[in-house]
Design a protein around this ligand. Structure first.
Ligand SMILES: Cc1cc2nc3c(=O)[nH]c(=O)nc-3n(C[C@H](O)[C@H](O)[C@H](O)COP(=O)(O)O)c2cc1C
Length: 346
């Protein structure tokens, strides 16, 4: 078996590792490979009965662009594939709550079916949520209990796979209608949201310029400029940088998020699709002109976000602004999250 993974805070790595351990313990030869930095020529076509597994997080009801690109470039073949999508597991009171995959399993499934593979497993795996820009990191005790459940789930999955049976847990089908319903949001994330999120990170007054964030970024998205991290559009918002920073100096800026959200609502919702529907209803028949306008507005949004980030990044060099940005984000005040034992290296 060959397991490929992409991870931000280590959940997908840890769960992929568990599958590898189980298969090795059963005498199978298994490889575990991060997709970061992997080239197409490094991926060898495999024999017909070969099993591949892909582990990755959910980002914006979709999958990280880096992983999607890797799957798109994956050579065609006749082997079997297990798709394992790590998503936001939480605990509210006594209740463990699931995340929502959106198209994170469906899109790779379609791509790999077209490439000739058979789908041996489709698994949404509710591992601790790492999205600390919007909520505090999960408590250690809860993290351990969530991982215990997931490890049992992987053991069950492996038991099915080694017998040559498929594994498609009921929870995948139960949430499928909701996953499909939110698919427009997934697309908005892929084409817009991920770029905007990438432009909300700033390092505060605690940053000592050590460069660990840039060194451990899985996609090489962080540049160090005059001992300050700068986030480029390559950023996947995987949250590794913010969570491994020893000084907890990396924040997702609220003023920037508000500005981007406003830009998004204005350009996509007010001047965008809603206007399109309105114009269409009026029977004006100006769809081609609208599309051109829509694309221009889209480009302007990107340029706007670039300029805004540049402005905030420059202001962030001035001490008073550094404090303003740091203390207008809730991330500053709450627990961070990293999978137990994960150091940002494999
Ligand atoms: C930017 C971002 C977006 C996310 N979007 C979703 C989502 O749409 N649905 C979900 O269930 N979890 C979402 N999550 C949570 C992660 O998918 C989840 O915590 C996952 O286990 C992280 O895996 P990793 O440690 O391998 O990166 C998101 C996390 C981040 C940072």
């Amino acid at each position: 078996m060959h397991i490929y993974f992409f991870t931000g805070t280590g959940n997908s790595y840890r769960t992929a590792q568990k599958l590898k351990e189980l298969s090795v313990a059963n005498g199978h030869l298994s490889l575990l490979t991060p997709v970061d930095g992997l080239k197409r020529k490094d991926i060898k076509p495999a024999p017909e009965d070969h099993l591949f597994a892909f582990f990755y997080p959910t980002h914006g009801f979709s999958l990280p662009w880096h992983m999607l690109k890797f799957i798109c470039r994956f050579p065609s073949g006749k082997g079997k594939v297990a798709l394992v999508n790590n998503r936001a597991g939480m605990k509210m009171g006594r209740l463990f709550t699931p995340g929502l995959s959106g198209i994170a399993l469906l899109l790779p499934m379609i791509i790999l079916l077209i490439k000739g593979y058979r789908i041996a497993a489709m698994v949404p795996l509710d591992t601790p949520s790492n999205w600390i820009s919007i909520h505090p990191g999960i408590r250690k005790k809860v993290v351990s209990s969530i991982f215990l459940q997931r490890e049992n789930e992987i053991a069950h999955m492996w038991a099915c796979l080694k017998k040559g049976k498929g594994y498609y847990p009921l929870k995948f089908f139960l949430l499928l209608p909701l996953d499909l319903l939110i698919s427009p949001i997934s697309l908005a994330y892929v084409f817009y949201g991920r770029f905007m999120l990438a432009r909300t990170y700033l390092a505060d007054h605690k940053c000592n310029g050590c460069g660990l964030c840039a060194d451990r970024c899985p996609v090489g998205a962080i540049k160090m400029i005059r001992k300050q991290p700068y986030w480029t559009y390559r950023c996947e918002s995987c949250m590794r940088c913010a969570n491994i920073c020893p000084e907890k100096a990396i924040n997702s800026s609220i003023p920037l998020t508000v500005l981007y959200t406003w830009l998004f609502i204005k350009i996509i919702a007010i001047d965008g699709p809603l206007k399109f529907i309105w114009d269409h209803l009026e029977g004006l028949g100006n769809a081609p002109f609208f599309l051109i306008k829509y694309m221009i507005l889209w480009v302007l949004t990107f340029l706007g976000s670039l300029l805004l980030y540049q402005l905030f990044y420059s202001l962030n060099r001035i001490k008073v602004f550094k404090y303003i940005f740091a203390f207008t984000t809730p991330m500053k005040f709450w627990r961070h999250y990293i999978a137990p034992g994960f150091k940002g290296k494999y």
